[in-house]
Structures are given as C-alpha cells and as structure tokens.
Design a protein around this ligand. Sequence first.
Ligand code: DU
Ligand code: SF4
Length: 235
Amino acid sequence: DALAELDQRISDCRACPRLVDWREEVARVKRAAFADWTYWGRPVPGFGPPDARLLIIGLAPAAHGGNRTGRMFTGDRSGDVLYQALYDVGLASQPTAVSVDDGLELHGVRITSPVHCAPPENKPTPGERDACRPWLVEELRLLRPTLRAVVVLGAFGWQAALPAFAAAGWTVPRPRPVFGHGTRVRLDGADGVDGLDGIDLFGCFHVSQRNTFTGKLTPEMLRDVLRTAGEAAGL
Ligand code: DU
Ligand code: SF4
C-alpha cells in the first residue's frame, strides 16, 4: 500500500549529512550490551496500521533504541513507558517492544516521529527538523481518511508538527497553540475535501527518562492522555 511505500522511501533518505553520519557511526560502534545486534542504522519509519485513527508523534529515534531495532520506540526506555501505557489502555497487544519480530500490534494507532534519524544528544537542528517535515506531511495526507486524533509527545514534536498539519490541509489556529501537558486543540478540516475531517490534537510531556524518572510525567498522566485521545479518535 501507499503507506508501506512511503515507509520504504523514508528508510532510504540521506538528506541530512550530520544525521546520516551519526546514525551510521552509532550502528558501527554499538553499545556493549548490544554487541551481537546488527543495528538498523537508517531512518526509522512510522509504525502501525495504515487506517489508524490515532497518531502519536514523538521526537526522533533513540540511538540505541529505534536506530538499533528499526522500529519506533522499540528497544529503549522511552518505549518501555509508552508501550506499557498503550497496553494498559487497550491500544497495544502487549506491554513490551523489543524487536521488529516481537509480535507487537497497535490497535488503531500509529506512531511516528517528526525527525526519522537518531540525532546526537537527542537534539535535531532546526534545519534537520525542517528537512524531515515533508515526510510527516506525506504521512498525514495518507492517514487523513481515518485520522481523528493526534497525541504529540513534547514541545519539539509540537513545534515541528504544527506546520505539517497546516501543509496537510487542516486549519491551525492563529496564534499557534502553545505546547503544554493536557493541552487540547481542535484542528478543523474542510467541508467537501475528501477525508479532511477535523482532528483533536493533544499535548503530552515526552516519555523520555528526563520526565519519567523525575515524576514530571507519571504513568497515570500518560494513560489519561492516551485514554482521552483514544476516545476522541473513536477507539
Ligand atoms: O531515553 P531513551 O529511551 O534512550 O530516548 C532518548 C530520547 O529519544 C528521548 O528524548 C526520547 C526520544 N525518543 C523518541 O522521541 N522516539 C523514539 O522512538 C525513541 C526515543
Ligand atoms: Fe531524511 Fe529525515 Fe533522516 Fe533527515 S532526519 S536524513 S530528512 S529521514
């Protein structure tokens, strides 16, 4: 299908020289604990069904997580938190994600990232964020017929994604809504444009250890956002 074809094209992207170098360097040097892994070392495409009603947008793959396993939030601490919560609210088939062949399925949910390559220190540059945005726009356009709600994890994803929603046809309020945990914004679609129904956009603190270890984001807070967003999406 068209989304699988998009995922394939993303996986071949080499548009950002700094990130190409980094993702491949990490894949070559590896972390001792993963010495027997063949790292993916390429852009990590979105994960989940093409008819998803709920989309989750993160930041970028973790160097030894998604960049190793080739699947979003798979094999890293952030993913441990996210997938446990998705499972707890009934949106994932199992609470853990360790590799592409672990059997995990998402129920009506897709997970993607505004930057598809692992960046040094988890910090993409504004130029890299902008370079990767067309991939998100294409993904949003393909998901449009079924998409009803989006959860954005963290301020970086929020800043990166708002222009992509506009480019994919939704109306983003002016002034631009500010990111916050619990923020909920309606993005109107357009009558008569096929598949362009309005969507509910939710802000949620990122699932990184910086937030989860300090208690800034608790499992309960995450479950609450996912549950509310799932209901808004009709899941
Ligand atoms: O702590 P960690 O699981 O290694 O993740 C590092 C970093 O990458 C953190 O800021 C979360 C982010 N991240 C993400 O946005 N998307 C992913 O698939 C995996 C990690
Ligand atoms: Fe391509 Fe995005 Fe990776 Fe840059 S971050 S190389 S645009 S996939």
